[in-house]
Structures are given as structure tokens and as C-alpha cells.
Design a protein around this ligand. Structure first.
Ligand SMILES: [Zn+2]
Ligand SMILES: [Zn+2]
Length: 173
């Protein structure tokens, strides 16, 4: 879904589109899938150089749990507003922003890719650590089983190096 910057007028332009079954690779280790997401948007012109795009994103995504590496679904409901500017002085940092949470982007080309914006928004929304449930037990470092499904009996011996030093010290006494 793309809109031409020049075609956005003062009168609000409304529309919606769908993204489904799309896997986004974030980096070498992480990815997420947009199962089915509906996006409704509103675009309008602020002035010659600036347009505003608001997007409402609703739907379901599939994530991979950081703890147990199993896939799980999450319902999302996100709203964003981005100002796209053609004002070159914005790049030089001459435009000072009063509202720090306002997202302003310099537009390189002539079109705005709304789908790209949705993907970026979802990507930013996903925290570094995201787990399938609140107290996901993760994978056992000894036998490798998913401890949510099969609690194993492996004993993880934790030796605190400071305790070791203390033991040595007490033995000398
Ligand atoms: Zn998990
Ligand atoms: Zn185990």
C-alpha cells in the first residue's frame, strides 16, 4: 500500500488494507510473522512540505518466545502518527521539536509505503525479551527439554564463587 506524497491533500484521505501471512526477519536470530493484521489509515496535508499519516493496526502476530523458543500468538492493537517531511532543514537539525514523542521522518522518494510503516511499528513494539507466558520456565540447560511441557529432574548446581572463597577461608581458620 503506497501513497504519493504530492497527492495527499488537506482533506483527510481514509483507507484500509490488510497484511497476512508475512514473516519479517528482524536479524540473524529473530523474526516474527504477521498472521493477519488490519490497518486503517488517515492521511492529510499539514503544509507544502509536511503530511501526517495516522495508522491503526489491529490483528494477530506470531512471535518466538525468548525463553523456550516456542511460537506463540499475540493480539495487537497499535496506533501511530508519523509526520513525513520534505523539509531539507529537518535533516540538518535546524528544526527543533517541541513534542519529543512525535515521530517525524524525512521522506526520500515521492511515495510513502504504508505497509513498511506498519512493519516498522510492530518491530519496535516487540520488546527485546518477549515470552509465551508470564512465567515461562524455558529450556533446561542440562537436558534441553522445554520445562513448560515436561518438567525434568535435572539439578542445576549453582556454586557461588564468593561462597567458595569463604569456604576456603573458613577451612584455614
Ligand atoms: Zn516460552
Ligand atoms: Zn533437564
Amino acid at each position: 500500500m503506497q501513497i504519493e506524497f504530492a497527492k495527499i491533500e488537506e482533506k483527510i484521505l481514509k483507507g484500509n488494507f490488510n497484511i497476512s501471512n508475512e514473516t519479517i526477519v528482524q536479524n540473524k536470530y529473530e523474526s516474527f510473522t504477521i498472521n493477519n493484521v488490519n490497518v486503517s489509515f488517515r492521511a492529510y496535508r499539514i503544509d507544502k512540505n509536511d503530511v501526517s499519516i495516522k495508522e491503526k493496526i489491529n490483528g494477530e502476530i506470531t512471535l518466538i518466545c525468548t525463553n523456550c523458543l516456542e511460537k506463540y500468538n499475540e493480539t495487537i492493537e497499535l496506533t501511530t502518527e508519523t509526520i513525513f517531511t520534505k523539509n531539507k532543514s529537518f535533516l540538518k537539525g535546524e528544526v527543533t521539536l517541541t513534542e519529543t514523542d512525535l515521530d517525524i521522518q524525512y521522506l526520500e522518494g515521492e511515495t510513502i509505503d504504508l505497509k513498511d510503516e506498519v512493519i516498522k511499528t510492530i518491530d519496535l513494539y516487540i520488546p527485546m525479551r518477549h515470552t509465551c507466558r508470564e512465567n515461562c520456565k524455558g529450556i533446561c540447560p542440562i537436558c534441553g527439554t522445554n520445562r513448560n511441557i515436561n518438567p525434568c529432574n535435572c539439578r542445576i548446581e549453582r556454586i557461588d564463587p564468593r561462597m567458595e572463597k569463604l569456604k576456603e577461608f573458613l577451612n584455614k581458620e
